[in-house]
Design a protein. Structure first.
Lengths: 337, 337
DNA sequence: GTGAAAGCGCTAACAC
DNA sequence: GTGTTAGCGCTTTCAC
């Protein structure tokens, strides 16, 4: 049996489609009597509005696209988990995409992002995407980018203060009496801005404390995964003079690093203190539990969606702004035992 | 500036909308000459088809809804990660929903699942959803349910053979010489079917080996999270006669259980061997690495999407089938050291 | 407050 | 092979 349409309802209720539409959307005031007639007809027919048709007529889809590098990376999964309810609350469905290896696809931005009018806006969490890539996009698409970025563009940024957070992390290690501190995760190239901000914090903390930096202790990694942390730690421990603390650019990296350290017979934190970044749930249950920088994911999600909605609803071009969510340092076993 | 429409293209190319549509969709054969004219016009206008309009006209949205209990549970994140590319390949976008605590919402099935024609079909991964709930849904919506289920309904099931897999897991422990084996995760109530199948496997393995079961070693948990595992292990270790092995109903449970065991001074696997279920990435990097039952997630994703597509494209009602993906036992440090 | 009617942009009979 | 045209189901301007 075919689905009932708005027109069917109108006929049954003996009113015009216009009135039914009003009732359904709560637009204009409708006489209590007609409202009841309409509502009864709706119930009787089991009428459900066709969202697609509504979208075509209104010109908006009520969907937003959220793009993350990887879905199975805990940090992104947790972020998404936060974004979805907030978006739903704001009346939007969430479409999810993994940017993954798709960076290859030259012309098109990513995945189905090229499809027009399928979503009203987009929240993009870049991994290795330079500013240039971002500006090569359809400027008409409302866009909020996750992660701090210094730029005045036609889109917004939402993130925590990476440099400050990283500085705190390293100061925490210094405060614990550590003097040979390594950093795992640097990415000294255009697409590695996020990593570079952490490195900047690393340097800042040293500068403040008047501590020299052993440049050989800054280890670059292609990504922020466990393997990267494991390999980097491996290299660090082979040194004649291994570090007594490590600042890892993600909890996953920290997890991998700790794994390697422990299996090589080092004690964490006694021999090597380790602090991560992201506060993934995992770090709260691993052994040792992992000290970390905890970004306020709820705030990030809320700010991003709020801002995107503003952008979607605005007729005028909206200037790009930089929004900061909070963060805090959570000391756990991997640094304080 | 407004977006160019198909009609604009038609005018510029001097052909009818029909022809443009043909070119865009590659339907009928088009003269090479007209095709070129059309394509030139498309390029010149920067025309991009309006997906929404297409959907309204065709009556299908090209989207499928995937519902999982929690996005930040590694197993589901990994599953989703597998589903998305497969769906995209099949020409579908993926809409994601968390069922989460939404079970409360009586009438409506879940989240935006009530919205009509927003998606062509749905892949549903139930957590605590009884068969009844499932049958109370819109029977017209093509549906594939993840997880083995014994039922002949109007939808399909895709999962691994839980009972067989669980049996293997426990046989692995028995083969290692363990005799007092505990199980963590039972859920002896209607919505706990998945858990009950694991318990059935647990019993089967004991039966085969002619081993008695100490019923007090079967611990129920409300969910399959780390906390559940941690608490259950706590209880087990307080016994006068603690178990020498544990079969956990998820890797997360195993992770929590191991965490507790280690911090209480037990050695894993020497004092207590632990095996999990799901093969989440985490278990490959934790210390010790976690032995587990590894479901073929790729196969699950592929089967689920394929089946859903069949269901979507079929005019006739399709009988519900039960599809089995493969699984294998992966022995790691938590059982074999 | 409600009705009539014109689209939103595309697809797909149905002709030619 | 290509043109004509009638919808898909809803919103919404404009009258009444």
């Amino acid at each position: 049996m075919k689905e009932a349409t708005l027109r069917d309802v109108a006929e049954l209720a003996g009113v015009s489609p216009r009135t039914v539409s009003n009732v359904v959307n709560g637009y204009a005031r409708v006489t209590e009597l007609t409202r009841q007639k309409v509502e009864r007809a709706i119930a009787e027919l089991g009428y459900r509005p066709n969202v697609l048709a509504r979208h075509l007529a209104t010109g908006r889809s009520g969907q937003i696209l959220v793009v993350v590098p990887y879905l199975d990376t805990p940090y992104f999964a947790e972020l998404l988990q936060a974004v979805i309810p907030v978006a739903r609350q704001a009346g939007y469905n969430v479409l999810i995409d993994q940017s993954d290896g798709d960076r290859e696809h030259e012309g098109q931005f990513i995945g189905h992002a090229s499809q027009r009018s399928l979503f009203d806006g987009m929240i993009y969490s870049p991994l290795g995407l330079s500013q240039e890539d971002l500006s090569r996009r359809d400027p008409a698409l409302p866009l909020v980018v996750l992660g701090e970025r210094t730029s005045e563009a036609s889109f917004d940024h939402v993130g925590i203060d990476d440099v400050a957070a990283s500085t705190e992390a390293v100061q925490h290690l210094i405060g614990l009496g550590r003097r040979r501190i390594a950093a795992i995760g640097d990415q000294p190239y255009p697409t590695g801005e996020a990593a570079q901000r952490r490195t900047a914090g690393f340097r800042a903390a040293h500068a403040v404390a008047g501590l020299p930096i052993d440049e050989s202790l800054i280890i670059g990694t292609p990504r922020f995964n466990r393997v990267d942390g494991a390999q980097a730690m491996e290299a660090l421990l082979q040194k004649d003079n291994p570090p007594d603390a490590v600042f890892c650019y993600s909890d996953l990296v920290a997890s991998g690093a700790i794994h390697t350290a422990l299996s090589k017979g080092f004690r964490v934190p006694e021999d090597i203190a380790v602090i991560g970044y992201d506060d993934i749930e995992d770090g709260r249950y691993s052994l040792p539990t992992i000290s970390t920088i905890a970004p306020d994911k709820q705030a990030i999600a809320r700010l991003a969606v709020e801002r995107l909605v503003i952008r979607i609803n605005s007729k005028e071009p909206v200037p790009g702004v930089d929004l900061r969510a909070g963060h805090r340092l959570v000391a756990r076993q991997s640094t304080i035992g």
